[in-house]
Design a protein around this ligand. Structure first.
Ligand code: BJ8
Length: 428
């Protein structure tokens, strides 16, 4: 029995299946996160949030709705959080980082679909996610084909608003996207029963920009060599940023950064001397997906940067807070989001350029490319990324995987070979 049982039951959660899910999380957390040595004290807050993953935060959502507010669930970093906040809503990124009820999901979706989409539907069908059950509205997007069609299936189970994300970044695409931002705002206003004011929207923009600034400050600290924070802890912070209260998260990330600055200045590293520095790039690693990061870091390297949507793609670039009127502010929001370089775009030159910049700025020894099986955008784009990085002399390892643990041994062997190779070569 949990103190939250009554709340979960009211949300329609299957208590028995849910108890099974909650049972597997603590040992996973121990293995991937808590087993690390010399973690910063500031990670204590994030450990606490994770220990309460379906408890306290869900209670906050329930109370928010009881007070008349709305909760909106999202699946992609293209959905502007500030619009949801501006209507007095709470935005929760719906994670889908574990295999749940795949047989059920495969009754409505094909087998050959990426693990993330199947997991998302699995959580919904098994009734084990109190976040999705707390949502008044889900916001989907036309990013990859799998998600686009998945939202039709999900829309039969719960209200879904789908944003049309263009696939190119030409002027008329930008125009379409700007209109889509306004269409979403109208839907959110209708849902929340209130109109957004210029000041309200500006305040929301500042709140979310502050969160981004704190997360970017953390990224800067990952340049320290020897490292002051592990890649797994940085990933955990980003994963939690998708659903925690933004103001509280900003404060906690900044407190963590203060501590990391003291560590850096005092020469306190997480693991002693220099370790090979890996950049992880590719599909998002939604909570609780730490498989590849753990393999890399238990093989003697550190993940020094994540070019993923659970990494810098989520919080890079700010919205212009000074836009003079409502139209300009909405355009500034649209422009910031269109500047995300997801593989669903063509051409996607900016992603490769950004990757090269990150390799240089973070003094990267090798790139590990993480692709979920059946993810066409990222698996196809991997070829060009590999060619360009190898031309620069940057070692590149392509890993295609899913959420199962079956391939851990095989992935570890390949990662270890990469790390040995970086030890015996000059840095790019
Ligand atoms: S902006 S990466 S969050 S779309 S892994 S579901 S692409 S088949 S998640 Fe993504 Fe938005 Fe892009 Fe980021 Fe499809 Fe690929 Fe699955 Fe994916």
């Amino acid at each position: 029995m949990s103190e939250y049982d009554a709340m979960w039951e009211k949300l329609g959660i299957d208590l028995e299946a849910h108890a099974g899910l909650l049972e597997v999380l603590p040992p996973m957390y121990q293995e991937h996160i808590l087993s690390q040595e010399n973690r910063p004290e500031g990670m204590g807050y994030f450990d606490f949030v994770f220990s309460e993953v379906h408890g306290l935060r869900v209670k906050e959502l329930v109370e928010h709705r009881e007070a008349g507010g709305v909760v909106v669930g999202t699946f992609c970093t293209y959905v502007p959080e500030e619009l949801i906040v501006a209507v007095g809503g709470i935005c929760v990124g719906l994670c889908a980082g574990a295999q749940v009820a795949p047989e059920e999901a495969e009754k409505l979706l094909p087998r050959n679909l990426c693990a993330l989409i199947k997991s998302s539907l699995g959580f919904k069908l098994a009734k084990v996610c109190p976040y999705i059950e707390s949502c008044d509205l889900l916001v989907g997007e036309t990013t990859c084909d799998g998600k686009k069609k998945y939202f039709e299936v999900l829309g039969e189970l719960q209200p879904v608003h789908v944003m049309e994300v263009p696939q190119m970044k030409l002027e008329h695409d930008r125009e379409l996207w700007r209109q889509e931002i306004r269409r979403l705002l109208a839907r959110l206003e209708e849902e929340a029963g209130r109109k957004v004011t210029l000041e309200g929207l500006r305040e929301a923009v500042r709140l979310i920009n502050d969160k981004r600034k704190a997360l970017l400050r953390l990224e800067e600290l990952r340049k320290s060599d020897p490292p002051v924070i592990s890649g797994r802890d940085a990933l955990l912070v980003a994963q939690i940023a998708f659903y925690d209260d933004p103001a509280r998260l900003t404060e906690k990330v900044n407190a963590l950064c203060d501590e990391l600055e003291r560590r850096r200045d005092g020469g306190i590293a997480i693991g002693g001397a220099h370790r090979p520095r890996i950049l992880l790039s590719g599909c998002p690693m939604a909570l609780p997906n730490w498989k590849v990061a753990t393999i890399i870091e238990t093989s003697g390297a550190v993940v020094a940067m994540d070019e993923m949507c659970t990494g810098i793609r989520y919080f890079d670039n700010l919205v212009d807070e000074e836009a003079p009127d409502m139209d300009a502010l909405l355009d500034a929001i649209a422009d910031r989001y269109l500047n995300i370089h997801c593989a669903i775009f063509t051409p996607n030159r900016e992603r490769v350029d950004h990757l090269k910049e990150l390799v240089r700025d973070y003094d990267i020894d090798a790139v590990v490319y993480y692709a979920l099986q059946f993810c066409d955008p990222y698996t196809v784009e991997a070829f060009g990324v590999q060619r360009e990085l190898e031309e620069l002399g940057v070692p590149f390892l392509y890993l295609e995987t899913d959420y199962s643990a079956e391939d851990v041994g095989q992935l570890s062997t390949r990662v270890q070979a990469l790390i040995e190779m970086t030890g015996s070569r000059e840095k790019a």
